[in-house]
Design a protein around this ligand. Structure first.
Ligand code: SME
Length: 165
């Protein structure tokens, strides 16, 4: 398969997410391997969304989240359920948007540059938790409701296109 990145270098707003979604569908077409698809999705989002310093996956392994494919600086490998922003999103099965990570009790600082964060849970078709997709930004209040909806939609597309067993 060959793939050309056609979306703008700095995608913003709902229109930006529509283009990201289109690029993502192109990346996922004809490939159901979860590791390959989560790796490409992390790269796509990291390179197309402005003002990110980290984008990647944590997968549920027993009672912990374990680092998966990502772009950005090396990150903490294991996060207990309920801990930090990722563990909170995983435990509640709800997206968590944090305007200022310094104000979030228990925030885990993998990169001191991170100031705001968006974490979206990824649920398997059987209702179980696969893991979470985590975005970090060096800007305060980087993530809006449009970002949350756009990333939730991208995560759903990824899950539908991949074998998650
Ligand atoms: N800040 C996250 C930890 C993961 S890193 O940001 C890559 C948290 O509080 O769960």
């Amino acid at each position: 398969m060959s793939f050309t990145l056609t979306a703008p270098a700095r995608a913003t707003g709902a229109a930006g997410y529509a283009e990201i979604h289109q690029s993502l569908q192109g990346l996922l077409a004809g490939e159901r391997d979860l590791l390959a698809n989560t790796a490409n999705m992390a790269s796509l989002v990291f390179h197309l969304l402005p003002d990110l310093n980290w984008a990647g996956w944590y997968f549920l392994r027993g009672q912990q989240l374990v680092l998966g494919p990502f772009q950005g600086k090396p990150a903490c490998v294991r996060i207990d359920m309920g801990r930090g922003v990722c563990g909170t999103a995983a435990a509640s099965r709800q997206s968590v948007r944090v305007a200022d990570v310094h104000e979030f009790p228990g925030h885990i600082a993998c990169d001191a540059a991170s100031r705001s964060e968006l974490v979206v849970p990824a649920m398997r078709a059987d209702g179980g938790l696969l893991g979470v997709f985590d975005l970090d930004s060096p800007l305060l209040s980087r993530f809006t409701a449009v970002d949350q909806q756009g990333i939730e939609s991208a995560v759903r597309a990824l899950l539908l296109a991949s074998d998650c067993g």
